[in-house]
Design a protein around this ligand. Sequence first.
Ligand code: IMP
Length: 424
Amino acid sequence: MPVLSVIGTQWGDEGKGKILDLIAERADVVVRYQGGANAGHTVVVGTEKFVFHLLPSGILHPGKRNVIANGVVLDAEQLLQEIDAFEKRGIEIQGRLFISAAAHLVFPYHKALDRASEGVKGGTKIGTTGRGIGPAYADKIARTGLRVGDLYDERRFTERLRANVAEKNQILQAIYHAEPLPFESILAEFLGYAKRLRPYVTDTFHLLRDALDAGQYVFIEGAQGILLDVDFGTYPFVTSSNSSALGISAGTGIAPKRVGEVLGVAKAYTTRVGEGPFPTELPPAEAELLRKKGEEFGATTGRPRRCGWFDGVATRFAVEVNGVDALALTKLDTLSGYDTLQICTAYQIGGKSTDRFPCGEVSLDGVKPVYEKLPGWREPLTGMRRYDDLPKTVRDYVAFIEDFLRVRATIVSVGPARDQTITR
Ligand code: IMP
């Protein structure tokens, strides 16, 4: 298939960056289509660790083109810092990075509003990354946003930015009793970004269409996961974009019929950062153990991730919504050392049992997971390179997940390094 998408099937942090980096060799173009600097993808190459927020993972592969498409909300400051940091490490960006002129910009007032609104929510806060994602997408939908291409019409950009800053300052002051933001310095900052971004800005719709027409391979890199999707995730505790495969067409301009194969990425257990329902969450002491074993701390915010057992109900829903063709199952090595493992196969909701993930009609609050117990394994897996070398209990665990999700795990990951991956 000329278009292959790598999509998270949980609440993000499934290891999409590593999987994409692994298969990027076969791609001609790698594309980010949604989200922004809220994402944090970690890729380990030899002894080096690379953390991405906005750059697509294909950037580590010489010769590949990388696209930040129209569906992304672009934090120019963050992106430029990332470009500088990668260039310092010898990675060429010029001529390999293409940014859609139609991508919306994230401004300091978006970040200020994100933090201010979270600050007053108390018990109902979402636990956002504070990167201004919600307010930036809100402006896009409200048609008051400014796009990357707007930076190059200085007069119009200045007028519209002035109006936006004035409006947001009123909200910041009157509603959140926060400090107003200085228009002149924001303008100067963004006119500076305009110059630095210029070489990368292009019409990515036509770039992608031409690439596909020429028979090139386009790989799509999802950020977050389907359970954070604004339509199909655990609303309102979600991000503000369609982080499922459903967002690919709108976020890139690739026609739905051209969006081909979907590789779903799932961790062998479940984690979540931020607030919101999490049916298989472990009690604090057990969660702490899993967190330590899996080094489960957010790549963007450093926050400790909430940890729990593999949720078959939620992940099967993700497989269905995303149309997952094959699964990459990551971090199996983290589960070494348990006598017994548990996989959630149904939810008890209001006294009734169901294996269907509730899709808006009932709340996930108070859901009780129904578990299947499976034998664990003691052996460390990090040195294993062939599927048949894995202990039988590990293969049984994988087979149980495959049967339950009705999808084959064609990639199994046993550590962060590129070679700690088993392809079947
Ligand atoms: P926002 O995207 O910053 O608005 O945050 C909304 C929710 O999505 C919060 O629960 C965040 O913790 C979560 N979130 C956003 N980006 C990521 C990610 O890349 N990995 C995991 N969780 C994320």
